[in-house]
Design a protein. Structure first.
Ligand SMILES: Nc1nc2c(c(=O)[nH]1)N[C@@H](CNc1ccc(C(=O)N[C@@H](CCC(=O)N[C@@H](CCC(=O)N[C@@H](CCC(=O)O)C(=O)O)C(=O)O)C(=O)O)cc1)CN2
Ligand code: MET
Ligand SMILES: [Zn+2]
Length: 748
């Protein structure tokens, strides 16, 4: 007996970030289009070879991308919104991704509960002709390298619809789409492709049952092409939809057995005899080596219901970096229990061999041994655990309620202006860090250079006329990695890059032990900045849930415990910042919304500890200290009460891309604290005009009492260039001046 193996997506950024480098060079006119496309192709071929070498039988292909694979499907399917119609080729592609003078980009939002962002399709009333030629070319090439192992990955029609903003009815859109998917499947079949993966992750969402009829009408039509369809789901279980999804006319169905309760559903409803079950068994969302005993138990249970199986990662491996063995500076005991994409391929192959009855005893013992060595390397921190046990309710409660502490906080003009924290991370700053890491400059040299950046940043903000200043975050590689680097219990990689959006990547730190603050983390830079200005400078921290969501967490203790440990560390930092003179401290929690479970029934449990962890981190602040928080990409109409329970004095939010949707939700939810709804989109290189910002401010003033409104961009400015930032902020301050005058005139 043999057990086949499958992959359902692979990292597409290149082992040495080739795609990012090529993209950035292309955007700054240092690379031509042909070389850019060639780079993406080379990365893709390299990935195929790696998977082939690892012995994967059905290799998912076609998920390589220049920017985002959802955008790729939008373009292939001809779903081009009116405002991009006059453009073509890459010019149009990148305009849709990043905007262009006068033409806003597609909205960008989180891909399910991950830190990956996709571009939200807008289904227009008029479609352009579909063009699958790039995809077919890729599939054809993949056949050359992989033969029948090449399995094209297609974003399913209903997932595409469910994740879109629609100008027409879903039914009408579905019938247009169906026509196009039929063409695609026929063309693939004509190429000699033997099977396709259709990814339908929306089947795990709480509202998936609403789409039942559409699935039941579309899939029989797709099946008629006669190309075997492999329906792929991930990130959670099928719950309400399990029974009817099993009846869809597909030849294979993949389920995630690392999250949710698919095993229980399988036991309850069984598995159809005419289909293959793709078992998502190796966790594609975390970086820990497998624990074979627990997985063999699950695999044994599953095999009681079907023997027609394939083993695979639980989702695309795009959520983990390429290769853990490259991380030479990590302690060996830790490195040996890490598993990135390449290691996960080997794990899938190992599990398949074992299930097929081959003797893998030695391999199993070796894995066991690496875990035992790791456990000795990272013993529990009893002091931290003791502190967690002794928490009291009052630790979560500020000493005065919002309405009572308000008057004690720093007085500011109406519509106070500020930024979200980071200022441009220029290549000079990054090069400086490389030099320091290589030992070419001393710590003192490095800090002096950072301080010079802070000084320049303070001066620029004063010249622009902002009310509340920031130090600029130049010392931080990333808002999560930076804290990881300073807390015990965290490890960080040198080359563990994962795509966050487009050309922007992150190196999520690894939480491997109990977390403790060993020294102040941000006080030095705060003090430098505040010493240079009479205006208030915000202390700037990252909150617990965001640190956890943008790291690879432990799996041996709960996320709540990890969040509380981080909260305790931040709490000490808040106290130290206050002592150092901070009157305003911002504790960013941008990932709170993203971490919300995909099933609504688990929201309360999550929100309860998530919000408590923020309170634990911040409640130590004196009443006169103004606590800010920031969230980006938040559709939080449905959790506005919980946002209020954070008890932050001021929150800044993303707003500009979602058409004031968030603002409406906040207003309708009766939010009573202060709020800065982003006045412009920082993810686009386009500089907003004063008029545009005035319009945005008017929308705010129409919806909320003046005393509640702050003025700020919708996120940090680190990805922008100074040439973009300075005029944009000048326009923002000018727009505020205009509004203040108008308000003055009215009140006279
Ligand atoms: N973790 C995280 N998730 C997030 C966000 C975030 O800020 N952090 N923001 C939202 C949007 N996502 C984002 C994700 C990444 C970046 C981003 O700017 N990433 C940088 C990398 C930041 C970094 O780690 N920089 C390092 C390493 C930089 C580097 O590439 N150095 C060069 C050498 C220096 C040079 O010559 O330029 C090299 O190693 O080759 C540093 O500053 O030290 C990038 O892709 O360019 C922005 C937003 C949501 N999710
Ligand atoms: C992704 S949220 C970013 C918040 C952070 N303070 C910054 O300005 O970059
Ligand atoms: Zn943000």
């Amino acid at each position: 007996m043999t057990v086949p193996t499958t992959t359902i997506g692979y990292p597409r950024i290149g082992k040495s970030r080739e795609v990012k480098k090529a993209l950035e060079a292309f955007w700054s006119n240092k690379l031509d289009e042909e070389t850019l496309l060639q780079t993406v192709r080379e990365v893709e071929i390299f990935n195929w070879k790696t998977q082939l070498k690892a012995g994967i039988d059905r290799i998912g292909i076609g998920d390589g991308t220049l920017y985002d694979s959802v955008l790729d499907w939008v373009v292939r399917l001809g779903l081009i919104p009116e405002r991009f119609r006059h453009l073509s080729g890459l010019d149009r592609y990148f305009a849709m991704a990043r905007g262009k003078e006068g033409i806003p980009a597609l909205e960008m939002t989180k891909w399910f509960d991950t830190n990956y962002h996709y571009l939200v399709p807008e289904i227009p009333t008029k479609f352009e002709p579909a063009d699958f030629s790039d995809f077919l070319e890729t599939a054809h090439l993949a056949q050359e390298f992989l033969g029948d192992r090449a399995i094209p990955i297609i974003l399913g029609p209903i997932s595409l619809l469910r994740l879109s903003n629609l100008e027409i009815s879903p039914e009408q859109a579905a019938s247009y789409l169906l026509e196009r998917y039929l063409i695609l499947l026929t063309q693939l079949k004509n190429l000699g492709i033997t099977e396709v993966q259709i990814h339908e992750p929306v089947l795990v969402l709480g509202d998936a049952a609403n789409w039942k009829e559409l699935y039941q009408s579309i899939y029989p039509s797709l099946a008629q092409v006669g190309l075997p369809l492999h329906l792929v789901t991930y990130f959670d279980d099928l719950r309400e939809t399990y029974a009817w999804v099993m009846q869809l006319p597909v030849t294979s169905i993949s389920l995630d057995f690392t999250r949710g309760r698919n095993l229980e559903l399988l036991k309850q409803y069984g598995f159809p005899a005419d289909k293959r079950l793709g078992i998502g068994i190796v966790d594609a969302r975390n970086i820990w080596k497998i624990r074979p005993e627990t997985l063999f138990y699950i695999l044994d249970e599953i095999q009681k219901f079907t023997s027609n199986i394939s083993l695979q990662p639980s989702a695309s491996l795009q959520f983990v970096p390429y290769d853990a063995t490259k991380e030479k500076h990590l302690p060996e005991a830790l490195r040996n229990v890490l598993s990135f994409a390449e290691q996960k391929l080997a794990e899938v192959a190992f599990l398949a061999k074992t299930v097929a009855g081959e003797n893998t005893k030695t391999e199993q013992e070796n894995i066991q041994k690496t875990w035992e060595i790791f456990e000795q390397f990272s013993p529990a921190n009893l002091t931290v655990q003791e502190k967690l046990r002794n928490l009291e309710l009052s630790d979560f409660e500020r000493s005065l309620s919002y309405s009572l502490r308000l008057s004690q906080q720093i007085p500011l003009p109406p519509l106070p202006t500020t930024t979200i924290g980071s200022f441009p991370q220029t290549s000079e700053v990054r090069k400086l860090r490389v030099k320091y890491k290589k030992g070419e400059i001393t710590l003192a040299d490095y800090q002096a250079a950072i301080d010079a950046e802070i000084a320049r940043c303070i001066q620029i903000q004063e010249e622009i006329g902002l009310d509340v200043l920031v130090h600029g975050e130049f010392e931080r590689t990333d808002m999560v990695e930076y804290f990881g680097q300073q807390l015990s219990g965290f490890a960080f990689t040198e080359n563990g890059w994962v795509q966050s959006y487009g050309s922007r990547y992150v190196r999520p730190p690894i939480i491997y032990g109990d977390v403790e603050r060993t020294a102040p983390m941000t006080v030095r830079e705060f003090k430098i900045a505040q010493s240079l200005t009479q205006k208030p400078v915000k202390g700037m921290l990252t909150a617990p849930v965001t640190i956890i969501n943008w790291s690879y967490p432990r799996t041996d203790i709960s996320r709540q415990d990890q969040a509380f440990q981080i909260a305790l560390a931040l709490r000490e930092e808040v106290a130290d910042l206050e002592t150092a003179g901070a009157q305003i401290i911002q504790v960013d929690e941008p990932a709170l919304r993203e971490g919300l479970p995909l099933k609504t029934e688990r929201w309360n449990e999550y929100l309860s500890w998530a919000i408590d962890s923020f309170r634990l981190a911040t409640a130590i602040a004196q009443p006169q200290t103004q606590i800010h928080t920031h969230m980006c990409y938040c559709e939080f109409g449905d959790i506005i009460q919980e946002i209020e329970r954070l008890d932050a004095d001021v929150i800044s939010i993303e707003n500009s891309r979602s058409n004031n949707q968030t603002l409406r939700e906040v207003t309708e939810g009766g939010y009573s604290h202060q709020i800065g709804n982003g006045t412009y989109d920082v993810h686009s290189p386009v500089v907003p005009t004063t008029e545009q910002i005035v319009r945005q401010l008017k929308a705010g003033i129409a919806n909320l009492p003046l005393s509640q409104i702050w003025v700020n961009p919708d996120c940090g400015l680190k990805t922008r260039r100074w040439e973009e930032v300075i005029p944009a902020l000048k326009n923002m301050v000018e727009a505020t001046r205009i509004m203040r005058e108008e308000i003055n005139d009215i009140s006279k």
